[in-house]
Ligand binder design. Structure first.
Ligand code: XIL
Length: 350
């Protein structure tokens, strides 16, 4: 019998975790080495941190994560080459420091588009070149489509889209392919991939991009989910749909929140969470990993968006909606790094 998550699932898929730098050491680091064989940076590989000023690349933090993956023989997911969030302002500013999005003059507009596509190309190629020896999968673009009804081309109205149109996606993927070669696994990543109309809109978009020859190898389901949302059926259908396009499937940001949306009311502290909630969460994780394992021909990586309940981005969201007080508990290790019922549920899933 396996006693670590990575051994339990070694015949099925890699088990990953998102990390901040400080988590490479101490008790987090120990759990990482024992239970996970894949790594992703929670923040420090995003454009905001990597290229804070045009042409000025900051590698120190990202390098530490890459080194940890190399030293411990873990696969590394790169998150994320291009995104409309956590991107420096200069990315969308013209030479006068004015935002490029508001441009109405067609000539200026064309020029802005060209400038942005060049920036994307430079950013992507520079990063891919540096880490291609260790990165197994690249989130090339993240969250390109909205939850509601999308615009005519099916895309989110971000500055990326407003300045460069759909071409920004092609440029990003082609640059990644050119720098990374055929071995680079190139992903499109998104959240709420189970929920319509977003699911079907995303599907049509990816189908079109593939038809147009955009080099996409994989589809990332973020999987920021709740105790009983989405339904297992919805999760399974979505995995099958995107895998049916011939793409590799990664679960890229898994966490199981105790709350609905918005997360209110939220528990004030970890101790206030009743045991029944952890039992419900264990059932959820059991069903989920059972499903993932049944689809292990398609799924090659399942990554949690954190390690233990002491550190989760969901706390910020719970606090935001509950006057600064709120605790979530989405993972399989508790705030003292002990295993939760959800851990046993994953180890025993059948
Ligand atoms: C989040 C991080 O977890 C936070 O620390 C940060 O403040 C904001 O970004 N979807 C994504 C991730 O693709 O990059 C986000 O990560 C969570 C939602």
């Amino acid at each position: 019998d396996a006693d670590s998550m990575k051994e339990r699932y070694e015949d099925s898929f890699d088990i990953g975790a998102a990390v901040e730098l400080y988590q490479l050491e101490g008790v987090h680091g120990e759990i990482l080495k024992r239970h996970y064989n894949s790594l992703v940076a929670e923040n420090v590989m995003k454009p905001l941190y990597i290229q804070p000023e045009e042409g000025v690349f900051y590698w120190d933090d990202a390098d530490q994560i890459a080194d940890f993956a190399r030293e411990n023989d873990m696969t590394l997911r790169y998150h994320t080459l291009i995104w409309h969030n956590q991107v420096p302002d200069w990315f969308f500013e013209d030479e006068n420091g004015e935002p490029m999005v508001d441009e109405t003059d067609p000539d200026k507009r064309a020029e802005n588009k060209e400038v942005l596509l060049e920036r994307i190309e430079t950013h992507v190629k520079t990063v891919v070149d540096r880490y291609k020896d260790v990165v197994d999968a690249w989130d090339v673009v993240n969250e390109v489509i909205d939850d509601g009804e999308p615009n005519d081309e099916g895309l989110r109205e971000s500055p990326l889209y407003q300045i460069a149109g759909k071409d920004y996606i092609r440029t990003a993927f082609e640059a990644a392919r050119e720098a990374g070669g055929e071995d680079a696994k190139l992903f499109i990543n998104d959240y709420n991939t189970e929920i319509n109309p977003k699911r079907d809109n995303l599907y049509s978009l990816v189908e079109d991009l593939l038809d147009e020859g955009v080099p996409i190898d994989g589809f990332g389901h973020q999987a920021h989910i709740q105790l009983d949302w989405p339904t297992l059926n919805e999760i399974e259908e979505s995995i099958e749909m995107f895998a049916g396009l011939g793409l590799d499937t990664h679960i890229t940001e898994l966490d199981v929140s105790l709350y609905g949306w918005p997360p209110e009311p939220a528990y004030e502290s970890y101790d206030a969470i009743p045991d029944e909630e952890f039992e419900r969460q264990a059932d959820r994780y059991n069903a989920l990993f059972n499903l993932y394992e049944r689809h292990d021909d398609d799924i090659s990586n399942v990554t949690f968006w954190g390690i233990a309940d002491d550190h989760t981005w969901l706390d910020d969201r719970a606090e935001e909606y509950n006057d600064g007080v709120g605790k979530d508990a989405p993972f399989v290790f508790d705030t003292d790094f002990n295993t939760k019922p959800a851990f046993d549920a994953i180890m025993d899933a059948y």
